[in-house]
Design a protein around this ligand. Structure first.
Ligand code: NCD
Length: 307
């Protein structure tokens, strides 16, 4: 049985096959409208979510399957003290596959080793968010044309932002990818990612504080929200929350075809005036997220591609 807990759970070949499947779904979604008939996905969300939970549900419904689940820890037996291991043993009796979001790093992994159904990590604390990464890769591949030979700027909360962590894990596998990390000192990417992922793959990267200075170099700018819920004190959050605000002035410095991505929700880090710029891809990214999750559900359930 297959799970998706971290981006490494898919081989490079499997990742490319999955992106090809997602691309086929994007071009002909109707063909897939019944391929998961009779299958159920459980969405077990112990942390707030709009896109991730609803896109898993939309993905399964688009394929003729059904959905069940809970959207907060308060409305589940976690509030009575039930462990993740016990919850997944129970959910294994109700559903064919599940997506779990949890504030504790490693909780979806604990679920996977106690599960009889595939478990998808839909975000674990400040650690990983592999299905956002599938979404991001599909967006870049579809709109930029390739995942090779690109310079990606990641800006904002690179310490707690799990979407950036997973994106790094996946992107280092593609040839000639360079990273520019734009963050204040307090929110730099964790050392383990440099030592265990970037350096072993021989990836060129730099860490800077000024977004303006590096704008002209970027093919993709990946903006992120400062992760309020992971701060230990509010003063630090207030001091850092508006470190970067992308606006039309800064967009003037960028390449004509640079893509702006953001996993959303956005707070202040992208001014709404940028939404009208053709390079703003964050709402298109949401649509790609549904196709990526459809492809993932099919892959983990072993559903054949319909003719
Ligand atoms: C992200 C997350 O939950 O990590 N949101 C999402 O899933 N699209 C990013 C965020 O919350 O800032």
């Amino acid at each position: 049985m297959r799970h998706l807990i971290s981006p490494e759970d898919l081989s490079f070949e499997e990742l490319n096959t999955l992106l090809d499947l997602a691309n086929d779904i994007a071009h002909d979604p109707k063909k897939y409208s019944n391929c998961c008939h009779g299958k159920k996905i459980a969405t077990l969300f112990y942390e707030p979510s709009t896109r991730t939970r609803l896109s898993f549900e939309a993905a399964m419904l688009n394929m003729g399957g059904s959905v069940l689940g809970f959207s907060s820890a308060d409305s589940s037996s976690a509030s009575k003290g039930e462990s993740v291991a016990d919850t997944i043993r129970v959910v294994s009796c109700y559903a064919d596959i599940c997506a779990m979001r949890h504030p504790k790093e490693g909780a979806p992994y604990v679920a996977s080793i106690n599960s009889r159904i595939p478990v998808i990590n839909a975000g674990d604390g400040g650690h990983n968010h592999p299905t956002q990464t599938l979404t991001d890769l599909l967006t870049i591949k579809s709109l930029h044309g390739s995942l090779e030979n690109i310079t990606i700027g990641c800006c904002g909360d690179l310490k707690f932002g799990r979407t950036v962590h997973s994106l790094i894990h996946a992107m280092v596998q593609f040839p000639n990818v360079k990273f520019v990390f734009i963050a204040p000192d307090e929110l730099k990417i964790p050392t383990y990612l440099k030592e265990e992922v970037l350096d072993p793959h021989g990836i060129e990267y730099k860490e800077v504080k000024s977004l303006e200075d590096v704008m002209p170099e970027l093919d993709v700018l990946y903006m992120t929200r400062v992760q309020k819920e992971r701060f230990f004190n509010e003063e630090d959050y207030i001091r850092l929350k508006d470190s970067y605000i992308l606006d039309t002035e800064k967009m003037k410095l960028a390449k004509e075809d640079m893509l702006v991505l953001h996993p959303l929700p956005r707070v202040n880090e992208i001014s709404v005036e940028v939404d009208n710029d053709p390079r703003a891809a964050y709402f298109k990214q949401v649509q790609f997220g549904v196709y990526a999750r459809m492809a993932l559900i099919m892959t983990l359930l072993g559903v054949e591609k319909p003719e």
